[in-house]
Design a protein around this ligand. Structure first.
Ligand code: DOR
Length: 442
């Protein structure tokens, strides 16, 4: 009896834990049900994908989709359109919305809004505050909770826990891996005068290397003391990479495409406040240091830190301009361009964007192209040259720091649990987003 599938993707080069090779993928009931030569299988639908690469679905472990409360910048639906248009199949969304996602009710509200309205799958970080420390064990376990997020330095919104006694209590309480915005608030406050009005190139001078290092060394000290897992988000300095390389037992590292692509002072001359984000984009020595962490395996995951603000908010004169840039839609093409330029292998890209998040966060049934796993797939054309334009961007914010950038390597298809949600640049069907499951959550 020939095997029967809902869909067979034929002839693509599949990149997974078996390496890279030409194999068919059979999908049944939203799961991967067969891999190999499926030439004799029956399929309700067949997709000829010769010449394309099929990767495990890209998981973006850091996005700000702004709903509820800041929908003039983004909403869960538009953010997820941007995600799948860019080949991203699941996102972890951040808690600095209005109201803040700091309790059960706010998280349940986000899940309600997201289910069947987002095109990709989703999880939500819960923000830690001084007030909800005792609730952390329960908050970590809620449906769709990606775990706790802690802002050690202030950025967009009101979430902030900057004092060491409170950080110590939080880290003592967590049992899952918790994610940290690691900049030292006291140093940031003491250096406000370093900012030069109208000059965004002073942003990395204000939020300097020392501010990042003070926070990251403190964080690692507390993690080692309590033997708890901490995840350092959007690392911007060569110094932190060098330090964390020797402290991997309890700390994991996330970097963004923009810290791997943009470089000061050129980015501030060209983009002004549109290159402004926290922690800042820095000079070529830091860029090289972060790439070294990609090359030697120190860096665990790449997340976009998609943080949209309207063009009007970005146009305010520095320092009143808002920090953050769009990124969920450009993560895959920008990183594939780096693959084509020889800066990382395709296998390393897969490790950073699917296997890596699966391993760190204990994601159930995602992150691999293996039988039994969710059929989340990112289909890419590695040979295609395209120009990224603001017009392509699905975000409410409608701009990208990469406008006009020519890249080689392009997302051409996105499958979420076996459903084709994007093909050849068009979003297909209705939204069916569902919560990501975790071994230590739900
Ligand atoms: O630049 C940033 N923008 N960094 C953050 O950590 C927050 C983000 C935002 O929410 O706008």
């Amino acid at each position: 009896m020939p095997e029967t599938f809902d869909l067979v993707i034929k002839g693509a080069t599949v990149v997974n834990q078996d390496g890279e090779g030409q194999r068919d993928i059979g999908i049944r009931a939203g799961r991967i049900a067969g891999i190999g030569n499926l030439g004799s299988a029956k399929a309700a639908e067949t997709l000829d994908a010769r010449g394309l690469h099929v990767l495990p679905g890209v998981i973006d472990s850091q996005v700000h989709f702004r709903e509820p409360g800041l929908e003039h910048k983004e909403n869960l639906e538009s953010g997820s359109r941007a995600a799948v248009m860019g080949g991203v199949t699941a996102v972890f969304e951040m808690p600095n919305t209005k109201p803040l996602t700091t309790d059960n009710g706010a998280l349940a509200d986000k899940v309600r809004r997201a289910r069947d309205r987002m095109f990709c799958d989703f999880a939500f970080y819960v923000g830690a505050t001084r007030e909800n420390i005792d609730d952390i064990p329960a908050l970590e376990k809620l449906e769709s909770s990606a775990g706790m997020k802690i802002f050690m330095g202030a950025s967009t919104g009101d979430l902030l826990v900057e004092d060491e006694p409170s950080l110590d209590r939080i880290i003592a309480k967590i049992s899952r891996r918790a994610a940290f915005h690691s900049e030292d608030e006291a140093r940031l406050r003491s250096r406000l005068g370093v900012r030069r009005p109208g000059d965004a190139s002073s942003h990395p001078e204000w939020r300097d290397v020392e501010a990042a290092m003070i926070a990251t060394t403190r964080l690692v000290r507390l993690a080692e003391k309590h033997r708890k897992r901490v995840h350092v988000l959007h690392i911007s300095t060569a110094d932190e990479i060098a330090f964390l390389r020797d402290h991997k037992a309890w700390a994991s590292l996330e970097v963004t495409p923009h810290h791997l692509t943009l470089v000061a002072p050129e980015c501030y001359q060209r983009l002004g406040t549109f290159a402004q984000m926290n922690p800042p984009v820095r000079d070529a020595a830091h860029l090289a240091g972060i790439w070294a962490g990609i090359a030697d395996g120190t860096v665990d995951v790449v997340g976009s830190d998609h943080a949209p603000h309207t063009a009007e908010e970005k146009h305010h004169p520095y320092p009143d301009s808002h920090s953050g840039m769009t990124g969920v839609q450009t993560l895959v093409p920008v990183m594939l361009d780096h693959v084509n330029a020889g800066r990382l292998s395709l296998a390393r890209f897969v490790d950073l964007t699917s296997a890596g998040p699966q391993r760190l966060f204990g994601i159930r049934n995602k992150g691999r192209i293996a039988v039994g796993y969710d059929a989340d797939l990112t289909v890419v054309d590695l040979k295609r040259t395209e120009t990224i334009t603001a017009g392509w961007i699905q975000s409410v914010a409608q701009w990208t720091p990469y406008d006009g950038m020519k890249v080689k390597g392009w997302p051409v298809g996105t499958f979420v649990r076996g459903r084709r949600v994007m093909w050849a640049g068009a979003i297909e069907g209705k939204a069916h987003g569902a919560p990501v499951g975790f071994y230590e959550g739900q």
